[in-house]
Design a protein around this ligand. Structure first.
Ligand code: PGA
Length: 258
C-alpha cells in the first residue's frame, strides 16, 4: 500500500486526478470504477478542468459505479445517476452508453446484480477503481459484517451511514434503507485502487483500514490484501495513523529508490 498525505483537499484531489489522467493517457479505453459522495467532488472538478483546458479525453472510457440507493429514480436529485451527471458526465465527452450505474429501480435485483458483475468482466475488468470510505469503514456500501468475498448485491445500510448521509436529504427518514452495491470481492478485482479521504471525521476509519487487522467489520481493511492500492488523504484524515511519520518518510525517499 502507498499512502500519500496532502495538506489540503484541493491537493488531494489534484493528485487523484493525475492518477486518473495517467491511466487514461496510457490506456484511452480504460475502464474506471467511480464513487459518489462528497469525497470525490474535487477530483471530478479537476477532471472536468483537465478535459476542458488540456483535452483529457473520455471518448473511449467506460465507467462502472460502486453503488446506488434502492428506490430512487434516476432523476431524483439524490440519486447517484443525477450526482454523476451533474458533477462529471455532462461536462466531459464520455459516451452515454459507456456509463454503468447500478439500478435502484429494477424489478429484479438478483438478475440485475448478476448482469452488472458480468458486464464488468465483459468490459475487461476495472483498470482503476476510485473509492471513498465511510465513517464506519465501509467501501461502497459494504457495511460492517459484509463478506470480504461479497459480490454486487442489495445491502441494508447501517444506521451510522444513514445518519452520515442524512445531510443530503431533508430528513434522516428520507434516506433509503437499502442500496445496491458492488461487493468487496468485486472491488478487489480492480487492477489498481485509489482511496480518497479527507476530514477528521474519517481519521478513525482510515487508521483502522490501513493499520488495523483485516476484518469484515471495517471492509476498507480488505484493501490490505490488494497488491496495488494508493491512499490519498488529507492531513486531518491521516491524524490517527500511528505510522504517519514513516509513510511520509517513504514518500520523501521514493524519488531516489533504486
Ligand atoms: P462521503 O462518503 O464521500 O460523502 O464522505 C464516503 C462513503 O460513504 O464512502
Amino acid at each position: 500500500m502507498e499512502i500519500i498525505v496532502k495538506d489540503t483537499v484541493e491537493e488531494m484531489s489534484q493528485v487523484a486526478a493525475r492518477v486518473v489522467a495517467k491511466t487514461l493517457n496510457a490506456k484511452p479505453d480504460a475502464v474506471l470504477g467511480l464513487a459518489t459522495g462528497s469525497t470525490p467532488l474535487g477530483l471530478y472538478q479537476e477532471l472536468v478542468r483537465m478535459h476542458q483546458a488540456e483535452g483529457l479525453d473520455f471518448s473511449q472510457v467506460t465507467t462502472f459505479h460502486l453503488d446506488a440507493y434502492v428506490g430512487l429514480k434516476q432523476k431524483h436529485p439524490q440519486s447517484y445517476h443525477y450526482f454523476m451527471d451533474e458533477n462529471l458526465f455532462r461536462h466531459i465527452n464520455i459516451p452515454h452508453q459507456n456509463v454503468y450505474i447500478p439500478s435502484g429501480t429494477t424489478d429484479n435485483y438478483e438478475a440485475f446484480c448478476k448482469w452488472y458483475e458480468q458486464r464488468i468482466v465483459e468490459c475487461g475488468g476495472i483498470d482503476l477503481q476510485v473509492l471513498g470510505i465511510g465513517t464506519d469503514g465501509h467501501i461502497a456500501f459494504n457495511e460492517p459484517s459484509s463478506s470480504l468475498g461479497s459480490r454486487t448485491r442489495i445491502k441494508t445500510l447501517a444506521k451510522q451511514t444513514i445518519d452520515d448521509n442524512a445531510r443530503f436529504f431533508e430528513s434522516p427518514d428520507e434516506v433509503p434503507v437499502y442500496a445496491i452495491t458492488m461487493g468487496v470481492g468485486t472491488i478487489l478485482e480492480a487492477e489498481r485502487i485509489i482511496l480518497l479521504a479527507h476530514g477528521k471525521h474519517k481519521s478513525d476509519a482510515v487508521a483502522k483500514a490501513i493499520e488495523g487487522p483485516v476484518t469484515s467489520m471495517i471492509t476498507a481493511s480488505a484493501l490490505q490484501l490488494h497488491p496495488d492500492v494508493l491512499f490519498i488523504i488529507d492531513r486531518e484524515a491521516a491524524s490517527s495513523l500511528d505510522m504517519l511519520e514513516y509513510y511520509e518518510w517513504i514518500q520523501d525517499k521514493m524519488p531516489d529508490a533504486p
